[in-house]
Write a protein that binds this ligand. Structure first.
Ligand code: F6R
Length: 609
């Protein structure tokens, strides 16, 4: 989702700005643009729709020269994907601005600005922001004061960066929602939406807080809070590698990340187990105190992370820990009856998902006893805002569709269930058993990956389909949900997931030979129930595509295709069964020729509501 980069340099800025945009590409976007203040003190702007590569080519044809500049990748919210809607937006040829977020009161501001004689060249909500800053400059305010005054008039959630042609060597940025990070060297200053864009120049960074306005010069920067007071924000050092993530021999990052899962899970477990026990320090310094006080768990997340939470609910309740799971965008606007001793657990690959962050804030406001995040990005907002953090240690995930972080988040959640099981008096032998199974996870994931060729062949049956149904039972229903989500998002085939027992309450009406029905069938306590449900599908002419334990007793026939998954203990089965479904959606997407790593309309990091 939208990304901001900016710099006050003592050499040409456009190289850093372009590389910064490239490093923010993974967030998802549909157009990009850059502005610099040239050596004659005028704004020079280039914008393109499509990939950052298009912008790069445009800059090769007509380079922009100047040492101060801002750049942006846009993920359309207000107004279509067009060049005039791409940022930076300029007012009166002198003021340029980029924004990440949504301005909710843009219509009322636009009316007032029109009445003041200002004209609009885009359909975006951002253009009202640059006009508003301009109006405050006209009143005689200094650039930073004009930005602060504007921020107080805006409703919504946003981060912005502004340059003025008359002030080369100065860049003003403000945050009210999505993150903004400042980086400095001895004689240059930088800003970016996330650390990836800063790494080519520095590892040290500061994070602006909501309401902050920072005034960046080549010699340093001055941060004022929403009351106008000068403040210092802590200096962090990133441990992340500055190297761009390489694709290697893989065709897509998604394929690479699916194949990295054995290593990703081994890294997630590294240092977290001792003998047959889970080390509770893995969750943070205050883990003991918070876990001692935990009476129940409330999990909040979005998308794939939400599905990981639904699997964890089965594990937590199994060991006696009451657990609810909720989608963040719903949770944040709902009143909650207080429950004593609630540990709120958010799950997020990026740690920047706007709805999850807002839900966390709401949970704290409503009196959560403690908060914890399962996350893949150490420098993220959710990690900063939570009492405890369990880092998945998967390394960067580039493909928009989450894969390795899903299995690693589930692994972390299983460790959490084990740690909490002790406090709920659950049989200690269970922890021993599950820890032993966890140690087999990387190998079991390798076996699941070995199914790829057979899955690629199975995928042929899906290329011409418009719809698909996914079925599972128990902890494998969320795995079916995740399978359906993966298929939708990267192959654009409409897919829905149902608990298999629910079919006859409605969805069975959809079943005919044109709808493939995919099911995950581990050999667990529900296998006989599942088999009956699958017979109901067959009896209506449905075509079944099954991922099944060899001992499940399911038999292949003309209308039933079965791929066997190596036998696996039921404690870790949901983690393993997610892999064939990832591979299926990947191979269907290859057949359909979609943009696997950057599916249309989607963003990796969803930083707006
Ligand atoms: C789907 C996918 C999304 C994310 C969701 C939450 O493949 O990746 O559904 O899971 O946008 O993102 P995070 O986990 O970063 O909070």
């Amino acid at each position: 989702m939208c990304g901001i980069v900016g710099a006050v340099r003592n050499s040409e800025a456009s190289g850093f700005l372009l590389e910064g945009l490239r490093r923010l590409e993974y967030r998802g976007y549909d157009s990009a643009g850059v502005v610099v203040i040239n050596h004659a003190g005028a704004l020079e702007r280039t914008r393109t729709i499509g990939k950052v590569g298009e912008l790069e080519q445009a800059l090769q044809r007509s380079p922009l020269t100047g040492m101060t500049g801002i750049a942006h990748t846009r993920w359309a919210t207000h107004g279509g994907v067009t060049e005039p809607n791409a940022h930076p937006h300029i007012c009166n040829d002198t003021l340029a601005l980029v924004c990440n977020g949504i301005i909710e009161n843009h219509e009322s501001l636009r009316e007032v600005q029109r009445a003041s004689g200002l004209t609009f060249t885009s359909e975006t909500d951002t253009e009202v922001v640059v006009h508003q800053v301009y109006l405050h400059l006209q009143e005689g305010l200094d650039l930073a004061d004009a930005v602060r005054a504007t921020m107080k008039e805006l409703q919504g959630s946003f981060a912005l960066a502004v340059v003025h042609a008359g002030e080369p060597g100065r860049l003003v940025v403000g945050r009210q929602g999505p993150p903004l990070l400042l980086g400095r060297t001895d004689d240059e200053t930088f800003v970016a939406s996330d650390i990836n864009a800063l790494l080519p120049v520095t590892r040290s960074y500061q994070v602006l807080e909501n309401g902050d306005v920072a005034d960046l010069h080549d010699t340093g920067c001055l941060i004022r809070n929403d009351r106008g007071e000068i403040v210092e924000r802590p200096l962090h050092t990133s441990a992340q590698s500055g190297d761009a993530v390489e694709l290697g021999d893989y065709r897509h990052f998604m394929q690479k990340e699916i194949h990295e899962q054995p290593r990703a899970v081994a890294d997630t477990l590294e240092g977290r187990l001792l003998g047959d026990r889970v080390l509770e320090d893995s969750f943070g310094a205050k883990a003991k105190e918070i876990f001692d006080a935990t009476r129940q768990v409330q999990i909040i997340a979005c998308g794939t992370s939400y599905h990981a939470g639904l699997v964890a609910q089965h594990w937590l309740e199994y060991v006696g820990v009451p657990c609810e799971v909720e989608v963040a965008s719903e949770y944040r606007y709902r009143r909650h009856a207080p429950r004593e001793g609630t540990l709120v657990v958010t799950i997020s690959q990026s740690g920047e998902t706007a709805d999850t962050l807002a839900a966390l804030e709401e949970a704290v406001r409503q009196g959560a006893m403690g908060t914890m995040v399962i996350c893949n990005v150490p420098e993220s907002s959710l990690v900063r805002e939570s009492d405890l953090a369990f880092m998945t240690h998967c390394g960067p995930e580039v493909g928009v569709a989450s894969t390795k972080t899903f299995v690693s988040a589930m692994t972390g959640l299983l460790l959490l269930a084990l740690v909490l099981s002790r406090r709920h008096g659950f049989d200690a032998g269970f922890e021993t058993h599950v820890v032993r199974q966890l140690r087999t996870l990387p190998g079991a994931l390798e076996s699941a990956l070995a199914m790829e060729d057979a899955i690629a062949e199975m995928a042929q049956a899906f290329g011409d389909k418009a719809h698909a149904l996914f079925l599972g039972r128990g902890a494998h229903f969320p795995i079916a949900m995740e399978g359906a989500l993966k298929l939708k998002e990267i192959s654009y085939i409409h897919a829905e997931a149902y608990p298999a027992g629910e079919l006859k309450h409605g969805p069975l009406a959809l079943v005919d030979e044109k709808i493939p029905v995919v099911a995950v069938a581990p050999n667990d306590l529900l296998i006989e129930k599942l088999k009956s449900n699958l017979e109901e599908v067959r009896a209506r002419g449905g075509r079944l595509y099954l991922f099944a334990d060899p001992a499940s007793g399911l038999v292949e026939s003309e209308d039933v295709r079965i791929l066997h998954v190596a036998p696996v203990d039921s404690a870790i089965a949901p983690i393993i069964y997610s892999v064939p479904l990832q591979l299926l959606s990947y191979h269907v997407a290859l057949i359909k020729g979609t943009d696997v790593d950057k599916p249309r309309n989607l963003a990796k990091s969803v930083t707006v509501e």
